[in-house]
Design a protein around this ligand. Structure first.
Ligand code: GTP
Ligand code: SPV
Ligand code: MN
Length: 617
């Protein structure tokens, strides 16, 4: 058999008890024309075989086993380093269901456009079939899917990030809904004339399509091997498709972390937080608190699904099985728990390689090693101009390796939520922490969330961009309908709804320096949140929300910061807020007439209060 022969239909294994699954696998093989088809069982032996094959092919570098056992470095192509939002499409039947914040394409037209690209796209490659669960197997909030991919890097990553393999396949029965997720790097090993083409360590295609068909619960991703573009259980399924499912079925699929915080008295609070990409979810999820007697336990760092439970409260799970965390900025002084999580069994992507076969990135240690190989494979010295690691370099590791993982993290029914935080990178205006006046006002805070752009997606870093509910790139339907859905969930939960807060670790002084030390010190803001949940402290009512009295922020042991220094962190400047509100109003109007009237009323109320305050000034 020629190495680039096409598998014949008769040779495509049909391992599912569900005929629909087998038919889809066979049809996909007929279209993409791989050399062979492999169903992944999710075993350790399979993971070891795949990673070893990738080492031999040059896709992975095995790190020094004495430094980082069973760990690997992948270097992506420089043209494939982050999510590509400009090539991400929501292909709902009606354009109005995608809304102005998404790229929309007619589903039939998009399928027609993809067809010639998919035709023969896996020639010369292995087509892997990866069944997976999002959530604990059999759990009340769990959903299932199958990713077909021609990337062994994706298979290995899915093994760390999801509960994948034969056990998940058992749950994909004809009675259950499941998501079809087709992924190809779009780099066949045979050209149009049938001539063989050399493989490269990181195959991809300059043309990329990350497409979603919400009504069909289906994803087709072409041309990228990186992160959210390719690990389809993550943003494509667990946020874009799941948010559409959640709208239809009355639950929530969110870009959030999930933690349990225990105070010195032993009371535990469950808190979720929606922060935009690369804005601190992983760090808060793994926080080692700087206040004595406080404990943070990790359940999730990126995605949370929530559903009303039998007792009327909102229950949350982390649908993922691992972390795909930002490497730069992660060090023993900022996130020691992450550092302890990634000591072994980890895939690193686009970080630097040290001379002794370990990894390094900016922020891991104060001083860089004298010599490194940078993320693109070039020599790098401490005085080199460029960064050694790509700013969106990531680690991929199972959540079970996290030393602070909660004993409840796989609870099949989830955990009841006490509070929801919204947070962004805001150099000005937004206080360190404050509480919403109501669920509706909390939805207004979510809807008006904005943040400075990071390296997690293509685009200019640092520019302030709207990121409502941290879901701007991830809501699988009309953003204004999504806001309406949040309002209706609040109505349904009534007085059992979690309390809503806004936080901002990133406020700066006039020199551009952060006013707040962040990281483990963020427990001081979280402590105030828990005190509010307990009804133990009063708040100062302001037009933007209920702020802490500065005396209620615990500054005991806080280095270089006195209580007086807190003032600028909590300053509400009516004039600069009024400027921001004009922009917010214009933004609501741009979104069109689906924006819920309640959110306009919230805006008017905040503005009225600020105008009165500005006059008093
Ligand atoms: P995604 O995985 O992209 O969704 O990101 P994330 O929200 O999990 O972001 P992450 O926690 O990885 O943080 C991204 C960057 O923000 C890292 O470089 C962190 O070091 C930095 N960061 C996180 N928390 C803080 C903080 O409290 N203060 C400051 N100054 N930086 C922080
Ligand atoms: C994000 O960008 O929010 C991420 C990384 O968590 S990715 O999985 O690539 O979307
Ligand atoms: Mn994310």
């Amino acid at each position: 058999m020629s190495p680039h022969a096409v598998v014949s239909t008769a040779d495509v294994p049909q391992l599912s008890a569900n005929p629909e699954v087998n038919e889809w696998v066979v049809a996909t093989a007929e279209l993409t024309k791989p050399t062979r088809v492999v169903w992944c069982d999710g075993s350790d032996a399979e993971y070891d075989r795949l990673t070893q094959e990738m080492v031999e092919a040059g896709t992975l570098i095995r790190l020094n086993p004495e430094k980082r056992p069973n760990s690997f470095l992948a270097r992506s192509d420089a043209g494939d380093v982050a999510r590509v939002e400009s090539r991400t499409y929501i292909c709902s039947k009606r354009e109005d269901d995608a809304g102005p914040t998404n790229n929309w394409r007619d589903p039939a037209e998009m399928r027609a456009e993809l067809h010639p690209l998919l035709d023969g796209s896996m020639r010369g490659r292995t087509m892997y079939v990866v069944p997976f669960a999002m959530g604990p197997l059999g759990g009340a909030i769990t959903q299932y899917g199958i990713e077909i991919t021609d990337s062994p890097y994706v298979v290995a990553s899915m093994a760390l990030m999801t509960r994948s393999g034969s056990a998940a396949l058992e749950y994909i029965t004809p009675e259950r809904q499941w998501v079809k997720a087709l992924h190809t790097v779009g780099a066949p090993l045979v050209d149009a004339d049938g001539n063989a083409r050399e493989d490269v360590p990181w195959p991809h295609n300059e043309t990329k399509y990350i497409t979603h068909f919400p009504e069909d619960r289906e994803i087709i991703s072409f041309g990228s091997g990186y992160g959210g573009n390719a690990l389809l259980g993550k943003k494509c399924f667990a946020l874009r498709i799941a948010s559409a499912m959640a709208r239809d079925e009355g639950w929530l699929a969110e870009h959030m972390l999930l933690i349990q915080v225990t105070n010195p008295a032993g009371r535990t609070f469950t808190i979720t937080g929606a922060f935009p990409s690369a804005t601190g979810k992983t760090n808060l999820a793994m926080m080692r608190p700087k206040l004595p007697g406080w404990k943070v336990e990790t359940i999730g760092d990126d995605i949370v699904w929530m559903r009303k439970g039998a007792d009327g409260r909102l229950y949350a799970i982390n649908p993922e099985y691992g972390f795909f965390g930002v490497a730069p900025g992660t060090g023993y002084h900022t996130n020691p728990v992450a550092m302890e999580t990634i000591t072994k069994n980890t895939i690193f992507t686009n970080v630097a390689l040290t001379d002794d076969g370990d990894v390094w990135w900016e922020g891991m240690t104060e001083d860089a090693p004298e010599h490194l190989i940078d993320w693109q494979g070039n020599d790098w010295e401490a005085d080199s101009a460029g960064k050694a690691a790509h700013p969106n370099a990531r680690f991929t590791v199972r959540a079970s390796q996290c030393p602070t993982i909660s004993p409840d993290w796989e609870s099949p029914d989830g955990v009841p939520v006490d509070a929801i935080l919204f947070g962004g990178r805001r150099a000005s205006n937004v206080p360190l922490v404050f509480q919403s006046k109501s669920w509706e006002h909390g939805c207004y805070l979510g809807a008006t969330l904005a943040s400075e752009q990071t390296a997690a997606a293509e685009g200019p870093v640092g520019k302030l961009r709207r990121d409502p509910f941290a879901m701007q790139p991830f809501a699988g339907y009309h953003m204004a309908d999504y806001w309406g859905h949040w309002l209706s969930i609040g109505e349904e939960l009534g007085d059992k709804a979690p309390k809503i807060f806004q936080v901002n670790w990133f406020r700066k002084d006039e020199h551009g320096d952060f006013l707040w030390p962040g990281f483990g010190e963020n427990i001081r803001a979280i402590k105030w949140v828990t005190r509010r949940i307990e009804n133990a402290v009063d708040a100062v009512e302001t037009p933007i929300g209920n702020l802490p009295r500065t005396r209620d922020i615990d500054v005991e042991g806080l280095k270089d910061l006195s209580r007086d220094d807190l003032e600028p962190l909590f300053e509400v400047n009516p004039r600069s807020w009024l400027v921001e509100l004009d922009v917010t109003k214009a933004y609501f109007e741009e979104l069109g007439d689906k924006v819920p009237a309640q959110l306009f009323s919230q805006l008017d109320e905040v503005r009225g209060g600020l105008r009165a305050a500005a006059k008093e000034d």
